[in-house]
Design a protein around this ligand. Sequence first.
Ligand SMILES: Cc1cc2nc3c(=O)[nH]c(=O)nc-3n(C[C@H](O)[C@H](O)[C@H](O)COP(=O)(O)OP(=O)(O)OC[C@H]3O[C@@H](n4cnc5c(N)ncnc54)[C@H](O)[C@@H]3O)c2cc1C
Length: 206
Amino acid sequence: MDNFDYIILGAGSAGCVLANRLSENSSNKVLLLEAGGKDNYPWIHIPVGYFKTMHNPKTDWCYKTEPDESMNNISIRYPRGKTLGGSSSINGLLYIRGQHRDYDVWRQLGNTGWGWDDVLPYFIKAENQERGKSEFHGVDGPLSVSDQRIHLPLLDEFQNAAEEFGIPKTKDFNTGDNHGCGYFQVTEKDGFRCSTSVGYLNPVKK
Ligand SMILES: Cc1cc2nc3c(=O)[nH]c(=O)nc-3n(C[C@H](O)[C@H](O)[C@H](O)COP(=O)(O)OP(=O)(O)OC[C@H]3O[C@@H](n4cnc5c(N)ncnc54)[C@H](O)[C@@H]3O)c2cc1C
């Protein structure tokens, strides 16, 4: 503790963001400790690579849940990232904020600062949105958000079918209203995964 002002345990989603923000003040000495390895396994960075990184002891803690009576006593695999970037290095890349009302209920329950209007500026601040700046999106943040590159005719038809059943098409699941059917956006830049290690840690490692 004589050498550091802050010690962060775990360089996952939260740890990398913390390390980035704390080190903005150059008088802070920050130590970030990660139990997993470096994120130099190539499949981490290729979006579909989660098929190679989940359940792989190189990048996943490979936890299993306790057998559950309500599930016929089976235990299920419960992946958690074990590398720089943590679970943001092995996750499904979906960029979907919560529902407006859920945040507001948190605030009503006494959590000052957690209502939708309170958190939205931070979502915007965090984001580098490929579609550009708007009421709900930012372009100056470290977390790159992009449209999916592949659209499949079957999925397009699924959306048409949903619309016939009264579920509207939507192009944006990040306005606080998640009702609708459409392609979600992903935390990617130029076709590569934007984990928090890539977005928040790499730029400040020096
Ligand atoms: C397979 C999978 C798919 C997901 N899909 C999505 C998705 O599509 N969209 C989405 O928004 N969210 C998704 N999530 C959830 C999201 O990725 C996590 O909620 C988020 O990354 C958790 O962040 P965290 O900082 O709490 O923990 P983590 O990111 O898991 O970080 C914890 C870090 O601590 C390290 N650590 C643990 N113990 C120690 C120790 N003793 N000493 C030092 N380091 C330690 C770990 O190795 C890890 O790097 C998914 C998660 C998983 C696992």
